[in-house]
Every structure is written in structure tokens, then in C-alpha cells.
Ligand binder design. Sequence first.
Ligand SMILES: [Ca+2]
Ligand SMILES: [Ca+2]
Ligand SMILES: [Ca+2]
Length: 243
Amino acid sequence: MKKIFIWIFALMLFAVIVSATTLQEFYKDFDDQTFDGLVYSGFIIDNTRAHTVSYSAFCASETSCDMYNATLDTSGASVVNISFWLNDDDMEPADCYYYANSTTGWNLLGSCDASSLGCSDDVWCHMTWSSSDAQYKHSGFGFRITPTPAKGENAWVDTINITYEEGVADTCTPPGSGDWNVDCSDACDWSSGPYNVPADMYMTGTGIVTLSALMDFTAGSGQEIYMSTGCELRVSSGGEIRG
Ligand SMILES: [Ca+2]
Ligand SMILES: [Ca+2]
Ligand SMILES: [Ca+2]
């Protein structure tokens, strides 16, 4: 006969900490003197002005410049972040635009002249943009910058950094194998089972989870449920734990 043991323990020795981690997706400082990793036109490598080390991407006056990467994978992210530095010599808002690639194409984010970035001409201005919008979480995410400086105007771009924050896993869905680590703060509502628990079940964190369906411990004898204090399991009508 299979048995289910329920343990309550205060020390969360088995707690699985699931937290957002910022990961780098793309970085370019042009100090390798290449445009590797980018699709571009108009820009050239230049060492007149640089934010990092010696080189940057330069868009000279009376040139239509374009630079992008739309192959970044942000699926599963919780937040995506774009950061770059721009040095504007006399451009106006209509002379420089930047974009992010959504699931339906390029979305204009704004102008990238100094005044639009809250900065001054002829110094390095930092542009940062973040979004948690679902349209930016996909395998074709990217950024684009298109300066078109007129006569007497110039633009330099440097230190492009694209990062994303990992999505926090939903712990309410049983894994296909191995232990099921439930974060009680996910407030699981187990109402559409049966749920097959492949090994042990660890319930940590603070919150209330509700079971109103069948939860079946199917692997064999010795499967156990561990609950830390602070996690409350409410078994309501229709709820059943079977081992
Ligand atoms: Ca650089
Ligand atoms: Ca202009
Ligand atoms: Ca300007």
C-alpha cells in the first residue's frame, strides 16, 4: 500500500528560490572595429568620439544610416531592456529615430537626438528603454537606430546593450518528471485535475493553494509532500489526494 507523508518544517532546506535574473542578450561596443552581429548601412567605424574605449559607429552628415539586429530571443522574458549611448552633433528630433521589434514589426520608440534623450549636443547621452509588454517577448526581438543627420550634423552610437529579465516560472503546473516544487505565493488553484505528481512535492513560500480536484501520486510508494510553514493547502469540495 502506498503512503503519503506530510511534513511541516520551518527550515526551508529544500526551498527552490525562483527569482528574476537579468541576462545579457546582445552587446556591441565597436571596439573590435566591426559591425559583426548587426545589419547596417551608412554607418562606419570611427575613433573620433567613443563612449567605451576607442571606437564607435559613426553616421556622417548627409547620410541615411540604419543599424539593427532582429534575431534576439526574448521569449520567456519578464522584462526586456534596451540601452545605448548616442553622441549628437547638431541633430534635431526628426534626424534620429530608434525602434524595437515587436511580434508584428518595428515599433517606433522615439527620437534619439540629444534633446529627446534629455541630454546636450556633443556629449554622450544614455538611452534606456524597458518593457514587460508581451509583444516584445519573442525569438525575433531586436532594436534599430536610424540617424539621418543633415549638412553640418553628425551622430555616433556606442555601447549597445540588450538585456532581459528571466520570467518567473509558474510552479502550479506539475512537471513531467522529478520533484514538483510549488511556490505557495503563486496561489495555485488546482481545480481542473487530475494532477499526476511524478515524485515528491515541496511546497514553500507564503500563501494559500487550493485543491478541488484529484491529485494523484502515481510513481509508487514513498512519495511525500513537504510543506513549509506559511504555506496553507486548502482541500475543498472535489479535492482529493490519492497515493
Ligand atoms: Ca566603443
Ligand atoms: Ca537637422
Ligand atoms: Ca541636437
